[in-house]
Design a protein around this ligand. Structure first.
Ligand code: NI
Length: 196
């Protein structure tokens, strides 16, 4: 089932999300719905707060990046299979010189901006079977993880922009909250007028 994606301005996107255990109700179904919602919106990641649940769960499928011919064979091979469910994820280590990548977010349609992040991370999480996993990621795989991880901490990529850039996009963000935007997937807007 495709779920509506919560737009910028909804308080759920600002909550520090709570850990879950394997008794979380209908978890399997929720994960399947989140994947369907992500694919329907052509996203490479979707975090539970974006469908209105402040829990530490996100899904990633970065395989579309594997088509990018500017990347090395090795990076493309990693991205092709970077399709995972992350529950109660933690970043154990983040290192290297920050690099820039043009990010977007399904909760903030039509806004793309350059964001700086460290390139190498070491992470820990449990998968959909609640099996503990530790991984080291770099490049785009790390980037997608960091973006989704920020969501469960109540952080959005627009928070990481310069104050000048923030001023420039302020009006656009306000319009998104009001639903004055055309997204080609189902959304829920915090400040939309009734009947819209
Ligand atoms: Ni996002």
């Amino acid at each position: 089932m495709i779920l509506p994606i919560v737009a910028y301005g909804d308080p759920v996107l600002r909550k520090v999300a709570a850990e879950i255990d394997k008794d979380y109700p209908d978890l399997e179904k929720l994960i399947a719905n989140m994947k369907e919602t992500m694919y329907n919106a052509s996203g490479v990641g979707l975090a539970a707060p974006q469908i209105g649940k402040a829990i530490r769960l996100f899904v990633i499928d970065a395989s579309p990046f594997a088509e990018d011919e500017e990347l090395s064979e090795e990076d493309r091979a990693v991205l092709k299979t970077f399709n995972r469910v992350f529950i109660n994820a933690k970043i154990l280590e983040e290192k290297g010189d920050e690099w820039v990548f043009n990010e977007g977010c399904l909760s903030i349609p039509d806004v793309r901006e350059d964001v700086f992040r460290k390139p190498k991370i070491k992470i820990e999480y449990v998968d959909e079977n609640f099996t503990k996993q530790t991984e080291e990621l770099d490049g785009l795989a790390a980037r997608v993880f960091q973006h989704e991880y920020d969501h469960i901490e109540g952080i959005l990529f627009t928070d990481k922009l310069s104050s000048l850039k923030k001023r420039i996009i302020k009006k656009k963000l306000a319009n998104i909250s009001k639903g004055k935007i055309n997204a080609d997937y189902r959304m829920r807007f915090p400040l939309a007028k009734k009947g819209k």
